[in-house]
Design a binder for this molecule. Structure first.
Ligand code: ADP
Length: 273
């Protein structure tokens, strides 16, 4: 249907025009009576927390182009627990960097919370990243000389929050990952699982929209991995949106939805719980 048909109002006196107007009225009523401009806006800004549309990432290697992502498209709703899995070289890290607003695509649209990230410049991208994404890495990435409390306070310092509020928030975040009795320990005074829990507290202290974890159990033994995955399950049950990037099927199975990527394309997108 053309734009003019959609906009035609049933005001004309001749029969054919009335018929045309009734058709248009039916279309409009199915769209809740919105004006055309509103329809276009509604259509453009996705309601999902994340919306990836035809995402390409191409690296130039000398005279050769490497297509790390080839037209990836998916949406993530608030409160989902998603795993992204794929073999080495499939494009997982590239996709993670895009989801985490660390990089922008060569082509395509990436929306997070109604904001078009793919068109952003670096400083704006950094602001969105600090606000929307909490990162958890395989090797924890904690400051070695800082206490648990200070490590968790760091994102709040960047966010310009005063010291009393910082302390309170960091203490609460550490208590939420069962580390209330490890506030003043430094990383080398903690087990691997405890270090990862400090990193998870740091990721969540600012209440980001997404908890984005890159091989979060890659440096942990089986029992500790299990404990961290139990914690993710609890955080998901509490309403957090979690995205885990991994090459381990056992870790991916803990999520509720699994996207498999292969050669830069989505191979499968399955809800498993
Ligand atoms: P994964 O994380 O699944 O191992 P990556 O996203 O790291 O996969 O890589 C996907 C593809 O893109 C690979 O072929 C890799 O060699 C290539 N690639 C990744 N980063 C770069 C880069 N900075 N420059 C050139 N090629 C890259």
């Amino acid at each position: 249907m053309s734009d003019s048909t959609l906009l035609a109002a049933p005001v004309a006196s001749d029969d054919s025009m009335i018929e045309q107007g009734e058709q248009a009225g039916a279309s409009l009523s199915s769209a809740a009576g919105l004006g055309h401009a509103e329809l276009l806006v509604r259509d453009a800004v996705p309601a999902s927390l994340i919306s990836m549309r035809n995402i390409w990432k191409t690296y130039q290697m000398g005279s050769e182009q490497v297509h790390a992502l080839r037209g990836v498209a998916f949406d993530v709703q608030k409160g989902e627990y998603l795993a992204i899995i794929g073999p080495s070289g499939s494009g997982k890290s590239t996709l993670m960097n895009l989801i985490g607003c660390l990089d922008t695509p060569s082509q395509g649209e990436y929306w997070i919370n109604g904001k078009l990230v793919s068109a952003m410049e670096d400083d704006e991208l950094a602001r969105i990243r600090n606000m929307e994404v909490g990162f958890v890495f395989q090797t924890f990435n904690l400051l070695a000389r800082a206490t648990s409390l200070h490590n968790v306070e760091l994102p709040l310092i960047y966010a310009g929050i005063g010291s009393a509020e910082r302390h309170e928030k960091a203490e609460r975040a550490l208590a939420a990952v069962d580390l209330a009795d490890r506030m003043t320990h430094r990383p080398n005074e903690l087990s691997g699982g405890q270090r990862q829990r400090v990193a998870i507290a740091r990721a969540l202290v600012n209440h980001p929209s997404i908890l984005l974890a890159d091989e979060p159990t890659g440096a942990l033994d089986t029992k500790t991995s299990h404990e961290i995955m139990m914690l993710f399950e609890r955080l998901h049950a509490e309403g957090n949106t979690i995205i885990v990037v991994t090459h381990e099927p056992d870790i991916a199975k803990r999520a509720h939805r699994v996207i498999s990527i292969r050669d830069g394309e989505i191979d499968k997108d399955e809800r498993i719980k």
